[in-house]
Design a protein around this ligand. Structure first.
Ligand SMILES: CC(C)(COP(=O)(O)OP(=O)(O)OC[C@H]1O[C@@H](n2cnc3c(N)ncnc32)[C@H](O)[C@@H]1OP(=O)(O)O)[C@@H](O)C(=O)NCCC(=O)NCCS
Length: 184
């Protein structure tokens, strides 16, 4: 493994919101967060089976993500406030060699939007991608009508690089996405 747990220290983002790497004892809190945000996230995510919203289902997701983190191909991070998980921000598909690139994904609890939390989380993970992982580039993809997410990317220095037809199966449909990148 190129990175170690201590390479990803907890950070305070704003208003007492902390950003930490996902841990194997987060399943209860994460399942609760996904249950609270099921309707909020449904238009922007793959269709989730009911098991996804249970602690057992989240334990399996977490175990898989931590295995990928150990292999240096993913950095799964959670945002917490007053003991609750209020969002996630994740680098996936980390590729080295001449690409040095990763994909960025995020969501923020419906009760916490509009406070700049998404933008602060993206800024922090960009720092991690550059400083800790030594990446050259981060890519993000949004649905064409996800104006809030596109605004975060614009504020975070991403540039639009194209439109990918039928790029991801979101809410049960293969949907076109706008692609953005930030060169680090
Ligand atoms: C998109 C999301 C992450 C935004 O989180 P957030 O914490 O509210 O983001 P921020 O407050 O940092 O910034 C949001 C920006 O979008 C703007 N915005 C919000 N809704 C908007 C809309 N409908 N049209 C245009 N801009 C909008 C806000 O005004 C803000 O910009 P500003 O700072 O210039 O005023 C959150 O709404 C979310 O989790 N949505 C569902 C999941 C999702 O879309 N994930 C991303 C998939 S690509």
């Amino acid at each position: 493994m190129l990175t170690k747990p201590q390479d990803f220290p907890a950070a305070t983002l704003l208003d007492g919101i902390t950003l930490t790497v996902l841990s194997s004892d987060d399943a209860d809190r994460l399942a609760a967060a996904y249950r609270r945000n099921r309707d909020h996230l449904a238009p922007w995510e793959p269709v989730r089976p009911d098991a996804f919203f249970t602690a057992k289902g989240q334990q399996a997701v977490i175990d898989a993500k931590l295995a990928l983190h150990q292999a240096d191909s993913e950095v799964p991070m959670i945002l917490s406030e007053a003991g609750r998980i209020i969002g996630t921000v994740t680098l996936t598909g980390i590729v080295r060699g001449p690409f040095l690139s990763a994909n960025l994904g995020y969501w923020i609890d419906a009760a916490c939007t509009g406070r700049g939390v998404g933008t602060a989380a993206v800024a922090a993970v960009i720092d991690t991608a550059r400083e800790t992982l030594g990446l050259h580039r981060v890519q993000a993809a949004t649905l064409l009508h996800n104006a809030a997410s596109q605004r975060i990317l614009a504020k975070s220095g991403f540039e639009r690089i194209g439109l990918a037809p039928q790029y991801l199966k979101i809410a049960g449909q293969w949907q076109d996405h706008l692609l953005f990148q930030r060169i680090l």
